[in-house]
Design a protein around this ligand. Structure first.
Ligand SMILES: CC(C)(COP(=O)(O)OP(=O)(O)OC[C@H]1O[C@@H](n2cnc3c(N)ncnc32)[C@H](O)[C@@H]1OP(=O)(O)O)[C@@H](O)C(=O)NCCC(=O)NCCS
Length: 158
């Protein structure tokens, strides 16, 4: 599946992520992720390394020359499911959004995980992240289990 927007930016190339991309990937994630909406995840160098160091890494960067246009981080294994691939982090730089960059990254990540033997690829999307949900649906993902975080505020007794 390719988007018209994807072919509109042929100068943006995809490459397997390498250690030389770490600083730019970390900085772009800091710019675009609001990890407060998912308090069970955190964005850090070790979050990136966990995927990059994986036995079957599916991490790609999209580059416009030397500029990082986007990235995806995935690897084999999702909690109890060693046979599932996990597409955990994806982002396009604000200047490059809406141009098919993330769709190309999803396809590359899924292809690498399929090659590694994944029986399914999973990704979790926070309910208010409509752009991410649309991206995943556009690339063949379907909503599965929903988990709602119930939070009870606790005020210290005065
Ligand atoms: C979600 C995100 C990665 C999408 O990146 P992108 O490069 O703009 O996405 P694409 O241009 O490849 O769009 C692919 C599809 O996603 C959908 N989409 C993307 N952005 C959308 C938006 N803001 N609103 C509605 N749909 C959107 C469209 O259906 C599009 O399909 P189309 O080409 O048929 O129109 C980007 O908005 C982003 O980086 N957000 C911040 C980080 C984030 O939330 N990441 C996901 C959680 S890890």
């Amino acid at each position: 599946m390719s988007t018209p927007a994807a072919s509109a930016r042929p100068e943006i190339g995809l490459e397997p992520m390498a250690a030389t991309h770490l600083a730019d990937v970390l900085a772009l994630g800091r710019q675009v992720y609001d990890t407060s909406v998912k308090p069970y995840t955190s964005w850090s160098l070790s979050a990136i390394a966990g995927h990059l160091d994986g036995e079957a890494s599916a991490c790609w960067v999209a580059l416009d020359g030397a500029r990082l246009a986007g990235f995806v981080l995935g690897s084999m294994g999702f909690d109890q499911r060693a046979d599932w691939g996990n597409l955990e982090w994806i982002a396009s730089a604000p200047d490059y959004q809406g141009q098919g960059v993330a769709s190309r990254l999803v396809k590359a990540c899924v292809a690498a995980l399929t090659e590694a033997g994944a029986s399914a690829v999973v990704t979790d999307v926070e309910s208010r992240n409509t752009a991410s949900a649309a991206l995943m649906r556009r690339n063949g993902f379907e909503a599965s289990v929903s988990v709602t975080l119930f939070v009870r505020e606790v005020r210290p007794a005065s």
